[in-house]
Design a protein around this ligand. Structure first.
Ligand code: ZN
Length: 267
């Protein structure tokens, strides 16, 4: 039972663990033997709680979201990926691309799974044994690059720097009785624009791990974004696009609230 956070002070990266008695330096291997060392003060501004080797993403995993973007309900999970340069943490800026200009910046609240053990060909029945924990994710998307200028591939529009805020903390899997019974919301400047429950996923967490690990090795630290519910900016009439000065918060029950300011990319 624990919460895990990472942060940087004076160029040094620290990993901290809170097992219910406050934050302590994590000693040892997060994916293996570890213990709580000396007490440590954790700042509000964080790094991502994990540095993933890969980020798998599932599109169209909530019925109402598939409808709002005009897509058919998928027969199997729709897989795409984000690159690891997208990772950022709680309190850090989301940058609107300036060199690769975007005018259609969107938010997506998502439950993120963090894989704890190397695995392949996992059954849904045993899938949760391979989960280290969960955190909040924002699958930031440049819809112009995703839908108009990406040659029908989503990678470009999903993979600019800062497009994958994760945090504020990783909650170990044993802290949740089920990952598929959590309220999930997005707030932009305090206004609630997305709200659902992870019970509304078309493919639940064990099913996603079975699907993604089929003939595919999942490495420790791999992050899986599980899809977003309805209410994204592109689905609204008129659309809502993020702009410099906005603040986006992804909130998931029992996990936390991930907040990031939006700024223009410094050039
Ligand atoms: Zn997404």
């Amino acid at each position: 039972m624990a919460r895990i956070a990472r942060f940087e002070i004076a160029g040094n990266i620290h990993t901290a663990i809170d097992t219910g008695e406050g934050w302590h330096q994590l000693e040892g291997d997060l994916f293996g033997q570890h213990s709580a060392g000396s007490p440590i003060e954790v700042p509000d501004k964080r790094l991502s709680p994990i540095e993933p080797p890969a980020i798998f993403c599932v599109g169209l995993n909530y019925r109402a979201h598939a409808v709002e973007v005009g897509a058919d309900l998928p027969e199997r999970p729709v897989l795409f990926m984000k690159t690891v340069n997208t990772i950022t943490g709680h309190g850090q800026n989301i940058e609107i691309p300036g060199q690769a200009t975007s005018e259609k910046m969107d938010y997506e609240c998502e439950l993120a799974i963090i894989i704890g053990k190397r695995c392949k060909n996992v059954s849904a029945e045993s899938a949760l044994e391979y989960v280290l924990g969960y955190t909040c994710a924002n699958d930031v998307s440049a819809r112009d690059w995703q839908m108009e200028w990406g040659g029908s591939q989503w990678c470009r529009g999903k993979s600019f720097d800062t497009f994958c805020p994760l945090g504020p903390e990783l909650i170990t899997a044993d802290e949740l009785s089920s990952p598929n019974e959590l309220e999930i919301s997005t707030f932009v400047n305090g206004e609630k624009l997305q709200h659902s429950n992870t019970s509304d996923m078309i493919f639940d967490v064990p099913t996603l791990i079975e699907f993604l690990s089929a003939s595919t090795t999942l490495l420790p630290g791999t992050v899986i974004l599980t899809g977003t519910p309805s209410g994204v900016g592109v689905g609204r009439k008129p659309p809502i696009w993020l702009k410099s000065g906005d603040s986006v918060t992804i909130e998931i029950e029992k996990i936390g609230a991930l907040t990031n300011p939006v700024v223009d990319e410094p050039l």
